[in-house]
Design a protein. Structure first.
Length: 548
């Protein structure tokens, strides 16, 4: 039994989730469900990032407290993930007491181990708003690519920045140019980790290519020390005398959430968090699942913090997606050019959303969400291939065999194909190649449909009831195994299948169901979506953008 830790990226609790963000975290649930099916020991955690500039900015816009914003969107996130079937062991939030305690403990460990030092620096200050500005409150021109960027990172070229690097700077709150004022802060000696992180990245083979390439670029440019504290009103206090009113910088705090969530889960359930974090007798495999914009925080910053704190397991597999666009254009929350997760779940099945984002998502390259492709994908693959095979097989059993699975057997050729499918699809899932795993399974579904068509059970029933029964028996065994193979991807449909056939809890190995087992509670797995909805949804999107 392997020990598997899965950390899903923490969405900022400052606005609704859109499909692009969902696409970057959904692979984590596939991994968790798959490894549980294998019988491995799994801990899958994430939560809402309730601190940081985005939450505070949204609160200022609405004239409320940051905690009010965090409460609203954390509740929304948790509900969306529940509706989508995410199987977190714990989905928490960064304003919890356990998180605060763990972050402060780790900060003090870094200090005790010599990785933090104080420095008096000039920090951006807005005289209009009378406050020091967090990096994300500062906007200006990126010195590398010339695009408009935030004071912490450029979204266009992924360069890590400080506000002082920008030209034509403005305050995000009031739009006026800020000034510089002297202030004291702790800095993480990230540059001193250069050699250790380079060696770590060199031996980390199980990363997505974008993570390898971006990390290599940062290392070649040379790591720079980064401020570990900031003059903020919202966040976790620096636990040191003389630093009252200052907070631990959110880029340190947020990634520490993986550890604090593990410890919170332990305290709440009685489970042991140590096997997932302390290398011992059982080897650990730690997956981190997030978008391209979070790569340096998971391949450089978090490993440095773990090294500096001492004794904790480093990330093994970086599952970092590329970007998803919408109808050929970049998602824009400010212009409301987005498909919001609560909205799409109010009209479509969660498995339809899961399937599209996994089969067509930005796993290796940028991809596009279009309503045309989404609806055609549902009707063609989920309904036309998978749903149709299940429905016509089990309806035939219900109508022609008194609702009980007829006698028969599965040919050795099919048994071998199913056994290979578990092995091959499982290997692809473990490598983070979810699209290919899903393609393999749906290729099997297409071959199963072909077998059904070639055997012609509707004709066999007229000439040989026994032969017809054998065909339907074989098809039912294929369905039983599809209910297991597709469980990580389509948990709701697979749950229904288990109900139809009174199947045992699923596992990642071939299974069968005996003749005579009744088929009960049969219903369609998927309903057809009228193609006219394509135009309706496109018009809805255009209308919402104009109203933004």
């Amino acid at each position: 039994m392997a020990t598997i830790f899965i950390g899903g990226a923490w969405p900022y609790a400052n606005g609704s989730l859109h499909l692009g963000r969902l696409a970057s975290v959904l692979p984590g649930d596939v991994l968790a469900r798959y490894f549980r099916l294998k019988g491995d020991r799994v801990l899958y955690v994430s939560g809402s990032d309730c601190h940081g500039t985005p939450v505070e900015v949204q609160a200022i816009r609405e004239g409320v407290e940051p905690g009010d914003i965090a409460d609203r969107y954390h509740a929304e996130f948790a509900d969306c993930f529940r509706q989508l079937g995410f199987s977190y062991d714990l989905y928490t939030r960064t304003d919890q007491p356990v998180h605060r305690r763990v972050v402060q403990e780790q900060f003090l460990k870094l200090l005790a181990n010599g990785w933090l030092y104080t420095k008096s620096t000039m920090q951006t200050y807005c005289e209009t708003d009378r406050r020091f500005l967090p990096d994300r409150y500062v906007e200006g021109t990126c010195p590398v690519c010339g695009n408009r960027a935030r004071g912490d990172q450029c979204d266009y070229c992924s360069t890590l920045l400080d506000p002082s690097d920008l030209t034509d700077r403005t305050c995000k709150l009031c739009g006026n140019p800020p000034v510089e004022r002297e202030t004291d802060h702790y800095y993480l000696a990230l540059s001193r980790f250069q050699e250790a992180l380079a060696a770590y990245a060199e031996r980390s083979e199980d990363w997505k290519d974008n993570a390898k390439q971006l990390t290599k670029r940062y290392l070649e440019e040379g790591l720079q020390d980064r401020a570990a504290t900031r003059d903020l009103a919202w966040g976790i206090d620096v636990p040191l005398a003389g630093f009252e009113g200052k907070k631990i910088y959110v880029w340190i705090e947020a990634v520490t959430g993986y550890l604090s969530a593990s410890r919170q889960w332990s305290e709440e359930t009685g489970g042991a968090w140590e096997p997932f974090w302390l290398d011992g007798q059982d080897p650990i495999t730690a997956y981190y699942v997030h978008g391209k914009d979070n790569i340096p925080f998971h391949t450089l910053i978090w490993p440095a913090l773990l090294m500096g704190g001492g004794g904790l397991h480093l990330p093994d597999r970086i599952v970092s997606s590329e970007y998803m666009t919408l109808e050929g254009k970049k998602f824009s929350t400010s212009n409301n050019w987005a498909v919001w997760v609560p909205d799409v779940l109010s009209r479509y099945q969660p498995d339809s959303v899961r399937y599209f984002l996994l089969a067509n998502g930005p796993e290796k390259r940028d991809t596009d969400f279009s309503w045309r492709e989404f609806i055609h994908s549902h009707n063609g693959e989920l309904l036309g291939a998978f749903g149709n095979f299940v429905n016509r097989t089990l309806v035939f059993v219900a109508k022609s065999f008194d609702g009980r699975i007829p006698d028969g057997s599965l040919d050795r050729e099919w048994e071998e194909a199913i056994a290979r499918l578990y092995a091959d699809a499982g290997a692809l899932i473990e490598q983070g190649r979810f699209k290919e795993a899903l393609e393999l399974i749906f290729a099997f579904i297409r071959s199963a449909n072909k077998y059904y068509d070639e055997q012609k059970p509707w004709a066999q029933i007229k000439t040989s009831r026994e032969d017809c029964g054998k065909t339907l028996h074989a098809c039912t065994q294929m369905i039983v195994n599809l209910s297991r193979l597709l469980e990580p991807f389509l948990p709701f449909a697979c749950g229904k299948l288990r109900g139809f056939l009174a199947l045992d809890p699923p596992a990642w190995r071939p299974a069968s169901v005996p003749a005579g087992r009744p088929v009960e509670g049969l219903e369609l797995l998927f309903e057809r979506i009228d193609p006219s909805r394509i135009e309706e949804e496109t018009e809805r999107l255009e209308r919402s953008t104009k109203e933004a």
